[in-house]
Design a protein around this ligand. Structure first.
Ligand SMILES: [Zn+2]
Ligand SMILES: [Zn+2]
Length: 294
């Protein structure tokens, strides 16, 4: 009997906002029965070398990756402004070179955007009369062992201080879009994101398409087709946020638009209730992508 073989092509480590170090993920992948693993940390390739080495030790095929955040609205600039706002646009780069200068440049720019945005949010909160200091947010992130400070950390400090009851409450009252302490983040143009991934020798794959929050199927198709014109190579069909009917829909869309497909859990360790390898992505998906990179 031949055992089915699976891969997970979307995971995070402590190099961004995951809970497991990049050197530990391959052992967990082995325990989850995976044959191939991609590490796709947000805007950084920092963990790739350590993860590659550990994958070698455990006999797991490694896919060096990255997940780049880009400006969703730049995909559909002529969209009716009265429609509900689009969500997030994340583009996975699979099979990228870890030391590509264009990816390093993106890392620097995104880090700068974050480094200036979070203190600006805290400053606005202080102007609103809340007693919060940026070093408290930094201390919390450090305690959680992540390299990236984000709004959830600010929200947690607000909960600890009794200003809000939950993270959602913090976003709604203070730090979410449209709230009084909201600060817009400098977003990367999707064309730049795709070009940088290609420059690094990788394939550009649209992650979790549902998170873009297109209003209907027509808009979703238009959204993906526009990204394809910008150079997109494929879409993630299987993802923890995609129910079976969405997987079916995206698979059909990929076929119609002549795009590759990928899949992964978006594992973040104990930080999210998603198990490594849970999407049961067949190894044939990995093989097809690898063939395409030459
Ligand atoms: Zn994402
Ligand atoms: Zn992700």
């Amino acid at each position: 009997m031949i055992l089915p073989m699976y891969c997970d092509l979307h995971t995070h480590s402590t190099a961004s906002d995951g809970a497991d170090p990049p050197e530990v993920l391959p052992r967990l992948a082995k325990e989850a029965g995976l044959s191939a693993l991609a590490l796709t940390d947000h805007d950084t390739t920092e963990g790739l070398q350590g993860c590659a080495k550990a994958c070698g030790k455990h006999g797991i095929a490694f896919v060096p990756g990255i997940e780049v955040s880009a400006d969703t609205h730049a995909v559909l600039p002529k969209r009716d402004p009265s429609l509900p706002q689009l969500g997030t646009l994340h583009i996975l780069g699979l099979f990228v070179r870890h030391d590509d200068p264009k990816l390093a440049d993106i890392h620097g720019r995104m880090k700068h955007a974050r480094d200036t945005r979070n203190p600006a949010i805290v400053e606005k909160l202080r102007e609103l009369g809340l007693r919060i200091e940026y070093r408290e947010v930094q201390a919390l992130a450090k305690e959680q062992g992540t390299h990236i400070i984000g709004r959830p950390h600010i929200a947690t400090v607000l909960i600890e201080k009794g200003y809000v009851k939950s993270v959602q409450d913090a976003f709604r009252k203070y730090i979410g879009q449209g709230a009084p302490a909201y600060v817009r983040r400098d977003r990367l143009d999707p064309v730049e994101a795709i070009d940088a991934i290609h420059h690094a020798g990788g394939l550009a794959i649209l992650a979790h398409a549902v998170q873009a929050r297109c209003v209907d199927d027509d808009e979703l198709e238009h959204f993906i087709a526009s990204l394809k014109r910008m150079g997109l190579d494929g879409i993630e069909t299987r993802h923890s946020d995609h129910p079976p009917e969405v997987v079916t829909k995206l698979t059909a869309l990929a076929e119609r638009l002549n795009l590759l497909t990928s899949g992964g859990s978006d594992y973040h360790g104990s930080r999210k209730a998603v198990a490594l390898g849970s999407q049961r992505v067949p190894m044939s998906v990995y093989e097809r992508l690898r063939e395409r990179t030459g």
